[in-house]
Design a protein around this ligand. Structure first.
Ligand SMILES: Nc1ncnc2c1ncn2[C@@H]1O[C@H](COP(=O)(O)OP(=O)(O)OP(=O)(O)O)[C@@H](O)[C@H]1O
Length: 252
């Protein structure tokens, strides 16, 4: 997508390429629901792409296709599936494992060598200010802390691309604001590439380098792609964010 975050000398590397993707579901009564049609999307290293659209238009479905959790009917997705980090709307931590064990389990499953696991757990927990929680169980953490652990769990595998499905939507606005800022700092520090589903146009205006919108017709198509014109750092209460939020809403 845009090259607003890259200097001219940078080689722009394509991290995700979706071409002509269509997806339908077959319901239990045999009826077919066409959800996505003819989606083309290219994301480059360092892009922070926010995906918006009305409820039920297929945002999560698109993310699941990219993650390989469901298959498209037609079309191609070029992405290194071993290098995807996925953060769900809810934290999905395992209650019977400590924070550290939750992260270790994912590192193990992704084949990160044992000698590197402890160092990564410590580094990424430190990055989100949660070093003190390593030995704690999820039930001992607040919602915002659990969501941060979920993000750490995805980041610690050092994915090429991070897929997030409304990760801050269940949080109160103060916690969400803090987390958005910390999250952006992490993303910059690691030069991460992000595809982020949100309902919140203000959040998209604050976080993104690029904004894509799924139309609400069934099946949905990508009806708008735009580059975020605002420089970082941004103030979520600024007039510029408010104006951009209004513009985004007008396209949904
Ligand atoms: N596993 C499934 N089987 C059948 N239909 C499904 C399945 N998953 C999603 N759908 C349908 O596909 C459509 C798109 O769902 P999806 O969750 O992708 O939308 P969304 O844009 O993420 O919605 P929301 O914003 O409400 O989370 C909806 O009509 C939904 O009912």
């Amino acid at each position: 997508m845009s090259d607003t975050t890259h200097s001219d000398e940078d080689e722009l590397e394509t991290v995700l390429e979706i071409e002509n993707l269509s997806k339908s579901y077959t319901n239990s009564d045999g009826s077919v629901e066409e959800v996505l049609e003819d989606i083309d999307l290219t994301i480059q290293q360092g892009d922070f792409v926010c995906l918006l659209g009305q409820s039920g238009c297929g945002k999560s479905t698109l993310l699941k296709c990219v993650a390989g959790l469901t298959s498209p009917d037609t079309g191609t997705i070029k992405v290194d599936r071993d290098s995807i980090g996925y953060v769900f709307q809810e934290d999905r931590l395992l209650d019977w494992l400590t924070v550290e064990e939750n992260i270790r389990l994912v590192l193990e499953s992704k084949g990160v060598p044992e000698s590197e696991r402890q160092e990564r757990i410590e580094r990424y927990l430190d990055l989100v200010g949660l070093s003190d929680t390593a030995e704690m169980y999820p039930m001992q953490l607040s919602g915002g802390m659990k969501q941060r652990v979920s993000i750490v769990r995805a980041l610690a595998i050092e994915p090429d691309i991070l897929l997030l499905d409304e990760p801050f939507s269940a949080l109160d606005e103060i916690t969400a604001r803090n987390l958005r800022e910390r999250f952006l700092e992490m993303i910059w520090e690691l030069n991460q590439t992000v595809l982020f589903v949100t309902h919140n146009a203000s959040e998209a205006a604050f976080l993104s380098t690029d904004i894509v919108i799924l139309d609400s017709t069934a099946p949905s198509y990508l009806s708008k792609e735009m580059t975020n014109p605002l420089d970082y750092p941004r103030d979520i209460d600024s007039e510029a964010i408010l104006d951009l939020q209004k513009e985004i809403v007008s396209y949904i």
